[in-house]
Design a protein around this ligand. Structure first.
Ligand code: NI
Length: 172
């Protein structure tokens, strides 16, 4: 089921999310809905707070080449266990901030530990778009958006555009 994606500014996007203690069938269904919502958008990552659920859950698939097999990933309680000193800059966007993009500098590579859908503990090192995406999504779980890395003027400009977009959507 495709869920509506919250648009910034929204207090639910600013909350620190709760860890998941155990994976229930309800949470499995939520992860499935999040993947469906992400692919439909389309996007490469989605965090639970973006659909109004303040739990530590993210989904992602950074395989953008349609010739390659998709790799849907579901990460409960993701934690960065290592980050490279090397930084990389990527032009980021966010499904909660439609059509706004800005360059953000982050560690180029990260190791992440998480709980998988079957409850097992996983750890993997990510680079490239995967590294950017996983850091962006984990930020969402701490109530942080990519525009928080920008200067106050740029951030305010984007926030005003989003307020306007929300007013327009509410009218139609
Ligand atoms: Ni986002």
């Amino acid at each position: 089921m495709i869920r509506p994606i919250l648009i910034h500014p929204d207090p639910r996007l600013k909350k620190v999310c709760e860890p998941v203690a155990e994976i229930t069938s309800e949470l499995g269904k939520l992860a499935e809905d999040m993947l469906e919502t992400m692919y439909d958008a389309p996007g490469v990552g989605l965090a639970a707070p973006q659909i109004g659920v303040t739990k530590r859950l993210i989904v992602m698939d950074c395989v953008k080449d349609p010739e390659l097999a998709p790799r849907p990933m579901v990460l409960f309680n993701p934690q960065i266990t290592w980050q490279s000193e090397d930084l990389s800059t990527y032009e980021e966007g966010c499904l909660s901030i439609p059509e706004q993009y800005a360059e953000v500098e982050r560690p180029a590579e990260v190791r992440v530990r998480w709980m998988a859908l079957d409850g097992s503990e996983q750890e993997e090192q990510f680079a490239g778009l995967w590294a950017t995406c996983v850091q962006h999504e984990i930020d969402h779980l701490d109530g942080k958006l990519f525009i928080d890395y920008l200067g106050p003027l740029k951030r305010q400009m984007i926030t005003r555009k989003m307020e306007k977009l929300k007013r327009e959507r509410a009218r139609s």
